[in-house]
Design a protein around this ligand. Structure first.
Ligand SMILES: C[S@@+](CC[C@H](N)C(=O)[O-])C[C@H]1O[C@@H](n2cnc3c(N)ncnc32)[C@H](O)[C@@H]1O
Length: 218
């Protein structure tokens, strides 16, 4: 009953429909992410059909991509598939040390940007923004990595719009599709929104960076 009431308030009465779980410290954030990773490390969230759609959009928008980043890749499924479909260099980030077990996946917190990525990525894809402790800062960093023709592709689903934050708070950013749209529009320009499942339940935002979000190096 309380959950239903919370859901109603969240969905219909909260103007921005954004909810953020705050950890006591960065160490607590990492601990929660690692615990969840441990429980789910064999699962793959993104579907092959969605990656085929994604690769099609990248080919269309960027023509011949050379380098892309995927953030929060768990066991690297999207990295492997996109490397094959696009025939280009793709690196995945994963906060868990298990990253080292997968080719082309590095252990890295996606809130941070490597200097060599700035202005160099033809695409940045993630379905893990819901694990961010600061989604705006995170997205700003991802946008700064885009090459002039690069695209940021953010996967949203109804599961990113819960009233709670998962067992230990690891799904710490929850937002409605409207909230994601507002966030994308704040930092970038939405070129397209691809429906990848039942209409309104799963979609990929395709964006390019606003001039002020692009790197000076690009
Ligand atoms: C929802 S899962 C997505 C898995 C994968 N993309 C898929 O489609 O199967 C989120 C992943 O992001 C990782 N993660 C969470 N916070 C992260 C961070 N700050 N930096 C990098 N990876 C992170 C988690 O460990 C987890 O593997």
């Amino acid at each position: 009953m309380l959950r239903k009431l919370k859901k109603f308030v969240y969905k219909y009465l909260t103007p921005t429909s954004i909810r953020q779980h705050h950890f006591a410290s960065y160490d607590d954030y990492v601990k929660a992410q690692l615990e969840t990773h441990e429980r789910k490390h064999e699962r793959v969230w993104v579907q092959d059909s969605e990656l085929e759609l994604l690769a099609g959009v990248i080919k269309q928008e960027v023509k011949q991509p050379k380098f892309g980043l995927c953030h929060g890749v768990r066991n690297g499924a999207e990295v492997r598939t996109l490397r094959e479909l696009l025939n280009c260099e793709v690196i995945g980030t994963e906060i868990s040390p298990q990253a080292a077990s997968f080719e082309h996946v590095i252990q890295w917190d996606f809130h941070k940007v490597k200097p060599e990525w700035i202005g160099k990525c033809d695409f940045v894809y993630s379905n893990s923004l819901d694990h961010s402790f600061d989604p705006e800062m995170c997205l700003k960093g991802w946008m700064s990595c885009l090459s002039p023709r690069g695209r940021c592709l953010i996967h949203w689903s109804k599961n990113h719009d819960h009233v709670d934050f998962g067992k230990n708070g690891s799904d710490c950013f929850q937002g409605s599709r409207k909230a994601y749209t507002a966030l994308m529009e704040k930092l970038g320009v939405i070129d397209n929104v691809i429906e990848t499942g039942i209409e309104g339940q799963r979609c990929i935002f395709v964006c390019h960076a606003k001039a002020q979000t692009m790197s000076k190096a690009a």
